[in-house]
Design a protein around this ligand. Structure first.
Ligand code: CP3
Length: 345
């Protein structure tokens, strides 16, 4: 690895090493809030964009160029590996992933086969091109975690209460475990493909797992997220674990094996550090809606997050969830500069 990259503030903070200043990037930093994103996406469907290396590279680079963030996140979506193994699905604008035939029985579960590098050659190609363009700036690869993918597959689309998902988890545990087992192999395979192509950190998005109680997390989810993080250990790249509404699960998210635990805006970072315990860095956690308020509000709240984040063994500044589409890019530019200036050691 390029020594400047290995020594970048983002990778150092993930490894809980001293940093010259707090690194910052934003979940969903590439996307609809950027006019240059809307311009290149034009009439191109989301899943077509995700399979087109030139577009992936351009869209991934856009926020790095505009904001000078400390990491790039690969432009893709959590359902891309499912599409790649032949699941009939689409991403509907303003809705999210929609599955043609929801997975609710054993025969449907058996259609989920492991992913091979050839299924996603466009990912390998784009990651390779990006690591060249990014130089010393780390590229974060990512995947959706089994629970969050299972929710889309079982419900057939986005869901508020995850009713069918929990009905299977509680009522048909054999089927649940068979589904989670297959999704675990797909997710692990997809993350390893990105690391092999040059991604220098990996984030597992279990966005909707906050719907699950801690005891149920331990029984129905942790065996799988644990297998994913264990299956990445030999790569030596930082592993980040993120979910929304996970205040009661923060300890378990760390226990699953991540190096960095992502925190949403509901738990202050000093309290999150206590819940996660020693040996982990934290990532987060400005409420993305803060960016819709005047700059003075953003600055005050970001300053508070930096102060609390200093209680953690390592801190990567981020939002508590993704950038909202209506966000003014100038706010994110000011926030990036503020984090860099206010955190100089
Ligand atoms: O962070 C980044 O900038 C990288 C790109 C990225 C996208 N999706 C692009 C995208 C990442 C990391 C994701 C992950 C993702 N996708 C998650 C986990 C992160 C999270 O927000 O919790 C989830 C739950 C999904 C599923 C999904 N895909 C949703 C909920 C949506 C939004 C639906 C909508 O239109 O409101 C998508 C579509 C999607 N993924 C878009 C982008 C830029 C919007 C599509 C468009 O621009 O037309």
């Amino acid at each position: 690895m390029n020594p400047e990259l290995a020594d970048s503030p983002f990778l150092r903070a993930c490894r809980r090493q001293p940093v010259p200043r707090t690194p910052v990037w934003f979940m969903r930093q590439a996307g609809r809030s950027l006019p240059e994103y809307r311009a290149v996406r034009g009439g191109v469907p989301m899943l077509t964009a995700c399979a087109t290396p030139d577009l992936i590279v351009e869209i991934t680079m856009q926020p790095v160029r505009r904001y000078g963030v400390d990491a790039a996140i690969f432009f893709s979506d959590i359902v891309v590996p499912l599409k790649a193994i032949g699941i009939d699905l689409d991403i509907k604008p303003g809705v999210g992933p929609v599955i043609a035939d929801p997975i609710r029985d054993a025969a449907a579960v058996r259609t989920l086969r492991p992913i091979e590098p050839d299924d996603v050659s466009y990912v390998t190609e784009a990651v390779r091109a990006l690591t060249g363009e990014l130089g010393p700036t780390p590229l974060i690869g990512f995947a959706g975690a089994p629970f969050t993918l299972a929710s889309y597959l079982i419900e057939g689309g986005p869901s508020k209460n995850h009713d069918h998902t929990k009905a299977m988890m509680y009522g048909e545990p054999h089927l649940w475990h068979a589904l989670m087992d297959r999704l675990t192999e797909i997710t692990l395979g997809f993350l390893r493909i990105q690391a092999a192509a040059g991604a220098s950190a990996l984030q597992l998005f279990d966005s909707w797992v906050g719907a699950v109680a801690p005891d149920d997390y331990r029984e129905f989810v942790l065996p799988y997220t644990g297998r994913i993080f264990a299956g990445l250990a030999d790569l030596g790249v930082p592993r980040i674990h993120f979910g929304v509404g996970t205040g009661e699960l923060l300890g378990l998210l760390g226990e699953a094996g991540a190096d960095v635990v992502g925190v949403d805006w509901r738990v202050p970072l000093d309290e999150a550090a206590r819940r996660v315990g020693p040996g982990k860095a934290l990532q987060g956690n400005l409420d993305p809606a803060t960016l819709l308020a005047p700059w003075e509000v953003v600055e005050r709240r970001a300053g508070d997050i930096l102060a609390r984040g200093a209680e953690a063994e390592g801190h990567v500044f981020n939002l508590g969830h993704g950038v909202l589409p209506g966000t003014d890019p100038d706010q994110l530019a000011r926030l990036t500069d503020f984090v860099h200036r206010a955190s100089v050691r």
